[in-house]
Design a protein around this ligand. Structure first.
Ligand code: ZN
Length: 410
């Protein structure tokens, strides 16, 4: 295949993905006004329902404009040989292959982040603000940005430098070393991210003594589960939306509850949410997810190792000699249809796991309490009660509220 053909394949993949996403979003939006099924009646009153309709439409319009902006800038960058331009600039700055990769991706990542900044500002301070969700101050917003850049430089830069070095040293076997590195990093992060990363952005405090803690302890004793790592996180620093999650395993396992969740729900509803999270642990979802993502990473790096040295890939992006960073960009696009398929599979598996965790909560605690907490959480985040089934299959990591209620009532 000639570089020109590959160039058009890359453009084709990017454009098709855009058209497909736009179509699915439009399909979903067409069903915003569908009749709500019986099980979901009473979640919103009339005013709240109108407000949720308005919120959905506003978000839909916003995602349409932002994805349009993103596809236009991306295509222009490709058509005007943007990667070749950055590449030749970086080569005037350094001749060290590792530094070239780092500076190259630094420039690409930083510029695309700057371009998307007005959109994330608008999303937070206009849309979320208008509907009463936003609690982020301008200072928090700016510091979040700076902290995430620093993290990207230290963690992302460190990993990228190592991967480039593996490639330069080992060529064909580089995918094995990279796989080992990323697997180690994934497990390490799963175990320690609550201790190492979350504190950069949020405050976490152990759940204080009281009615809730007693209720949780009673539940833990009943199911014979050691549950002494329960933390409350100050989610209210940024948004009124609520959440809860399980992280780690072994002696690093912990449950994190948003302070907003504790505010919004009754004690037995919170314990039901917690029972759902424990269900994920008991059914080994954390381990399965880790193993699967490690397997997928290995597969991806293996395919990458087959293509990365290919000179035609670099030439397709206007760079004469095969280089690691240009090959990586071309690969990322060529691989994106495959990652669409794997994410479809991961989402479907994740929805299965959610049913299992719901079942666990029903069998070991109280299905009705979980239903009422799910309803409240949906209402408080103005969530869409009538998503299109294709949209759900592609984007939802959880079953819809209706599907979960029907399952819990079985
Ligand atoms: Zn879950």
């Amino acid at each position: 295949m000639t570089p020109t053909v590959i160039f058009y394949i890359l453009i084709g993949i990017i454009s098709l993905k855009f058209l497909f996403d736009t179509y699915i979003n439009a399909l979903n939006a067409k069903h915003f006004n569908d009749v709500i099924s019986e099980e979901l009646e009473g979640i919103y009153n009339e005013d709240e329902y109108l407000k949720s309709q308005h919120y959905k439409k506003e978000n839909y319009k916003f995602s349409l404009y932002s994805s349009l902006f993103s596809i236009v800038t991306t295509l222009l960058f490709f058509i005007f040989d943007g990667f070749a331009f950055v590449d030749s600039y970086v080569k005037t700055v350094s001749s060290n292959a590792i530094l070239i990769t780092l500076i190259f991706f630094g420039i690409i990542a930083f510029s695309s982040d700057i371009l998307s900044l007005p959109f994330s500002y608008y999303k937070t301070f206009v849309i979320e603000e208008k509907f009463g969700f936003n609690k982020t101050s301008k200072t928090t917003f700016i510091f979040d940005k700076i902290k995430s850049w620093l993290m990207m430089i230290v963690v992302g830069g460190g990993l990228l430098a190592l991967i480039t070095w593996f490639y330069l040293e080992t060529t064909t076997l580089f995918w094995v070393y990279t796989w080992a590195l990323i697997s180690f990093f994934t497990i390490f992060m799963n175990l320690f991210y609550s201790k190492l990363l979350v504190p950069l952005f949020n405050k976490q405090t152990p759940l204080e003594d009281g009615e809730l803690k007693i209720a949780i302890e009673n539940f833990a004793t009943k199911i014979g589960f050691k549950l002494d790592n329960i933390f409350v996180i100050d989610g209210s620093k940024r948004s009124t939306k609520a959440n809860a999650y399980f992280s780690g395993f072994g002696n690093q396992k912990r449950i994190t509850l948003y302070d907003t969740l504790i505010n919004d729900l009754e004690t037995n509803e919170i314990v039901a949410v917690l029972a759902h999270e424990v269900g994920h642990y008991k059914r080994k979802h954390i381990i399965y997810n880790l193993l699967l993502s490690i397997l997928l990473t290995g597969f991806t790096f293996f395919i990458l190792s087959l293509l990365i040295g290919n000179q035609t890939l670099s030439q397709a992006l206007g760079v004469e000699t095969a280089s690691f960073h240009i090959g990586l960009i071309a690969f990322a696009i060529l691989y994106s249809p495959i990652s669409e398929i794997t994410s479809l599979f991961m989402n479907s598996l994740s929805r299965k796991f959610e049913y299992q965790a719901d079942d666990y909560a029903k069998e070991n605690f109280d299905g009705d309490a979980l239903i009422s907490s799910l309803k409240k959480l949906s209402k408080n985040s103005l969530s869409n009660l009538t998503p299109h089934s294709l949209y759900v299959k592609i984007h939802y990591s959880h079953p819809t509220l209706l599907q979960r209620i029907i399952n819990l009532k079985k």
